[in-house]
Write a protein that binds this ligand. Structure first.
Ligand code: SAM
Length: 247
């Protein structure tokens, strides 16, 4: 049985629909707390998550409270700053093979306590305690199914995905696999206990997104944030993998 907030119809997979985001009052409080943190951001991000998706990360990471976080795809390090700020005691690893080439970012964030590597997640030799709360964050634009299989092999139970999008791009997301009814879905969802897509904060809702926005308008105290720039939706999704499949 997969717990989800989506109307999933995958032959052979039973789902229990859970309205995870129904408590808007608590979400509003969390949004306010998050906005205080966002105001302390080291730079305005480009090529990565902004306010909308950063709040989704904040929501899920506070819910999981992982002991170990592995970030695959960190670019300028905005998401690393976020993880560092939300989870100051977590062990942190940041991987990005593209950054073996020199990039001249106008500004970036590198955590003094993170282990950095230009190896791909699939090759890095993590020695994780499978009984700890281990979390992988994938914003690396790679096909998702192998990433989930690799996570299970490393003993990772919590997975956060950015870009679980509907519109075509150069990697295959879970939403793409669902869209084309890919035969791998049966295996994939047999490994998953929970599958939650964070809803858009406000409209417009992007093509293929089955969720209503959480709010009809941006709260007035967020009016200083440009709508187009900071409220771009990127389909942040949380997966809890079944412990019995952790290898
Ligand atoms: C959208 S950016 C990440 C943005 C960052 N997470 C943020 O929000 O600030 C995508 C990143 O994936 C990286 N990437 C590409 N292939 C990768 C791979 N195989 N493993 C990890 N990262 C990869 C790119 O170099 C780029 O830094």
């Amino acid at each position: 049985m997969v717990k989800t907030n989506l109307p999933l119809q995958i032959p052979g997979i039973d789902v229990e629909v859970v309205d995870l985001f129904s408590d808007r009052a608590t979400l509003s409080e969390q949004l306010e707390q998050f906005a205080d943190l966002y105001n302390q951001r080291p730079f305005d991000n480009t090529g990565g998550i902004r306010f909308d998706s950063a709040f989704a990360y904040y929501y899920f990471l506070k819910r999981i409270m992982p002991d170990v976080v592995i970030e695959s795809g960190f670019w300028r390090g905005f998401s690393t700053w976020l993880v560092d700020s939300i989870l100051p005691d977590a062990e942190l690893y940041c991987l990005d093979p593209v950054l073996m080439m020199p990039f001249n970012f106008p500004s970036c964030y590198r955590s003094p306590r993170a282990g950095y590597s230009t190896q791909d997640f699939s090759c890095f030799s993590f020695e994780l305690d499978p009984s700890a709360q281990n979390c992988a964050i994938f914003d690396d634009h790679q096909n998702v199914a192998p990433r989930i299989e690799q996570s299970l092999r490393y003993g990772i139970q919590h997975v956060l995905l950015d870009d679980n999008q509907y519109e075509d791009t150069y990697h295959l997301s879970i939403t793409h696999l669902i869209k084309r009814n890919d035969p791998i879905l049966l295996d994939l969802f047999s490994w998953i206990d929970e599958y939650y897509l964070f809803p858009p904060l406000i409209s417009p809702v992007m093509e293929g997104c089955p969720l209503e926005p959480l709010w009809s308008e941006i709260p007035t105290w967020l009016n200083h944030l440009d709508r187009e720039e900071h409220f771009a939706y990127s389909w942040v999704t949380y997966l809890k993998l079944k412990p019995q499949f952790i290898l």
